[in-house]
Design a protein. Structure first.
Ligand SMILES: Cc1ncc(COP(=O)(O)O)c(C=O)c1O
Length: 393
């Protein structure tokens, strides 16, 4: 059965954080908003995944669970097929989420006061985790030139050379700017970190959502010399819309890093997955590929819609379609509002809930992030409202 991404699902009734009016009220000061903010999709997960969960539920017993070899085989096959990355079962370490893993990695591998590099504007929980764990945020701001984002390698190297810098959190592909880093860019980052003994946490949660086939490169797979320096984080949560199941995994080849990471899990007694999430993960990686390809096609169509709406109706906006993710990063600085004013206008006049650019740290002022993983009708409605609020049409 072909997935129907046009299907309108009433998520208000599904206890969704994204759609809940109380949550919207707390976050945005308005309850009646069209929500295109937090990064989950308004689409049903692949039928095979839903079926697998239903089968699990039909057992009626939900004790402590483990999964057989098929679970691991499906994950390993996925990486081999999609990224030509041969991983071994014992490199996989379960984590309830990628953000939890960032926190555990900081606790396992970074001392209080040590520096952690991030590249703003970037997914804001990184900064929060660094601060919450008593470490120091070291920003290597991305350079925005002619509508595209580049890495400032000189600045990166200077910051990596500081002996108190211990970790680099790479966002690959990058949320919110949508870049898929080129092989040469990744290699150069990896080499600078290697030379300066900086570990890398490579957050690749969006790496299945890349619009050009084969464009994404897994940093850890570029060269065996990175084996001891890179921890990769991935998950089926963004790919298959399973974020609420709290299931992600790290891929760590180096035994000492793995041991130190696992120690933190052990101290906190973290490690068990639910039988339902494991059934979903196994089915997603085993049977979800055709659904993902159909999703990417649909998302490309949504991107075209944003592109044409911007060209036709938002003359002062700049938009470079993302190379990956279902998140569009729109430059509205020419409208002349401060970051806060812009976000208020989108909330109060457009009545749309978006992640504001200011949330993503330096370089985010005057931008908005649109989550376009929704039926085209919803996207059109949100874009019409944004156009009205900015252009008064
Ligand atoms: C780059 C990035 N990392 C991590 C996450 C969240 O991951 P999790 O829900 O597994 O903590 C997101 C969600 O939007 C994200 O964009």
């Amino acid at each position: 059965m072909k997935p129907d991404f046009d299907k309108m699902i009433d998520r208000k009734e599904s206890k969704s954080i994204k759609w809940d009016s109380k949550v919207l009220g707390e976050m945005f000061g308005e309850e009646d908003l069209l929500p295109l903010w937090v990064a989950d999709m308004d689409f049903e997960a692949p039928k095979e995944v839903v079926d697998a969960m239903q089968e699990e539920v039909s057992h009626g017993v939900f004790g402590y669970s483990k999964r057989g070899e098929q679970y691991y085989e499906n994950i390993l096959r996925w990486y081999k097929k999609r990224f030509d990355w041969e991983i071994k079962k014992d490199w996989l370490v379960f984590t309830p989420g990628v953000v939890s893993a960032v926190n555990y990695v900081l606790q396992a591998l970074v001392e209080q006061g040590q520096g952690v590099i991030i590249q703003e504007p970037v997914y804001y929980p990184f900064k929060k985790a660094i601060k919450n764990n008593g470490c120091r945020v070291v920003n290597n701001p991305l350079k925005y030139q002619q509508g595209t984002y580049e890495i400032d390698f000189e600045d990166f190297e200077k910051k990596a050379k500081d002996p108190s810098t211990k970790l680099f959190i790479l966002c690959s592909p990058h949320n919110p700017v949508g870049r898929v880093w080129k092989k040469e860019e990744l290699r150069r980052l990896g080499e600078i970190c290697l030379e300066n003994d900086v570990l890398i946490f490579s957050d690749e949660i969006h790496h299945d959502l890349v619009f050009e086939k084969g464009a994404h490169h897994v940093l850890a797979n570029l060269d065996s010399k990175f084996d001891d320096h890179v921890i990769t984080a991935t998950a089926p949560s963004k790919t298959f819309n399973l974020a609420g199941l709290m299931s992600a995994h790290l891929i760590i080849k180096n035994d000492s890093l793995k041991r130190r990471y696992r120690r933190i899990l052990e101290i906190n007694h973290i490690g068990k997955q639910t039988p339902i999430s494991m059934a979903a993960v196994e089915a997603a990686y085993g049977k979800g590929e055709p659904w993902l390809e159909a999703l990417l096609d649909y998302l490309r169509g949504n991107l075209d819609l944003i592109d044409s709406m911007v060209k036709d109706h938002l003359p002062r906006a700049k938009f470079t379609p993302p190379e990956a993710t279902y998140l569009a990063w729109l430059d509205l600085r020419e409208y002349g509002f401060s970051g806060k004013e812009l976000e208020e206008r989108i909330t109060k006049e457009a009545k749309v809930a978006l992640d504001g650019g200011t949330w993503f740290g330096s370089g985010g002022d005057g931008f908005i992030r649109i989550n376009f993983a929704c039926p085209r009708k919803t996207l059109q409605k949100a874009l019409d409202r944004i156009v009205n609020a900015l252009e008064g049409k």
